[in-house]
Design a protein around this ligand. Structure first.
Ligand code: 13P
Ligand code: ZN
Length: 270
């Protein structure tokens, strides 16, 4: 199992994210929806269990789909050491309300406590991207968290501040970032709030907690998280130096649209 390409890439992503400093202790979680051919490759390693467990939310459009997910309470830095103990493969039930573990999550480990948020985000993105998005990543991104104590918790303002920090930001996240106010993590309510934002954005920041992002593949999810967090790091430095003296203007952002063939969220430039 560890030799399969998608498992190697999943492991590499957790290791890279750990090295970024986004995953203290068990902070953060990752989920990847397998392709049909990956399911066939992995199937010989699955052990069928009859134990269906409630997800806590309903994701009927993900019926029978397979996901590799990190375990609850497990450390990203340990996925590389032993992926079987720290992550696993689950399948969603026919009615989209339950899952069962087919591989990994040994010693009675459970999928991440944020499974409802991961699966609801996958569910929304499955519909809005026609099945193109396969990855949901949640990281405790230091600088983005810091900014949630200082910037207004409002999508357009937050996005504009981040876009201004690096010319290619609007190209990488043209819809911007959504903001979830402080909420109790791990449940249905925060999952519903986040997935509602995912209809519009690929990035949702949880105030005073961390960041969720969604993308086509593991590299793009990691790259998106890294880009948004790097913009936040620059902004933290700029604020620490006393604030902006000059910046990118709305008209200059508009010039990026034709140069990069991208449509920017108008509300952010208003
Ligand atoms: P888990 O260890 O259950 O994945 O939770 C970590 C986390 O970041 C909760 O938001
Ligand atoms: Zn978290």
């Amino acid at each position: 199992m560890e030799q399969l390409a998608f498992v190697k890439e999943f492991t590499k992503t957790t290791q890279d994210a750990w090295l970024k400093g986004w995953h203290e202790r068990n902070g953060g979680n990752l989920s990847y929806r397998l392709t049909d051919s990956e399911v066939q490759e992995a199937r010989p390693f699955f052990s069928e269990s009859d134990a269906w467990i409630d997800i806590g939310v309903a994701v009927p459009n993900l019926a029978n789909q397979y996901f590799m997910v990190t375990g609850s309470g497990k450390y990203f830095r340990n996925v590389e050491v032993c992926i079987e103990e720290n992550a696993g493969v689950i399948q969603v039930s026919q009615d989209g309300t339950q899952y069962k573990v087919l591989w990994g999550l040994t010693n009675n480990a459970k999928p991440t406590s944020e499974l409802p948020a991961h699966l609801m985000n996958h569910s929304v993105k499955y519909d809005v991207t026609g099945g193109q998005h396969r990855v949901v990543m949640h990281s405790h991104t230091t600088n983005l968290i810091a900014l949630t104590f200082v910037l207004p918790l409002e999508a357009e303002t937050f996005t504009r501040e981040l876009w201004e920090m690096a010319t290619e930001c609007p190209v990488v996240f043209p819809a911007g970032v959504g903001i979830v106010p402080w909420m109790v993590p791990g449940g249905k309510a925060i999952a519903e709030h986040t997935s509602e934002l995912m209809k519009k954005y690929d990035v949702a920041i949880w105030a005073h907690h961390g960041t969720f992002c969604s993308a086509e593949d593991l590299s793009l999810a990691f790259g998106l998280m890294d880009t948004v967090e790097k913009a936040a790091e620059i902004l933290v430095k700029v604020l620490a130096m006393g604030g902006k003296r000059q910046t990118i203007q709305p008209q200059e952002f508009k010039e990026l649209e034709s140069a990069f063939n991208v449509k920017l969220n108008e509300k952010v430039l208003a």
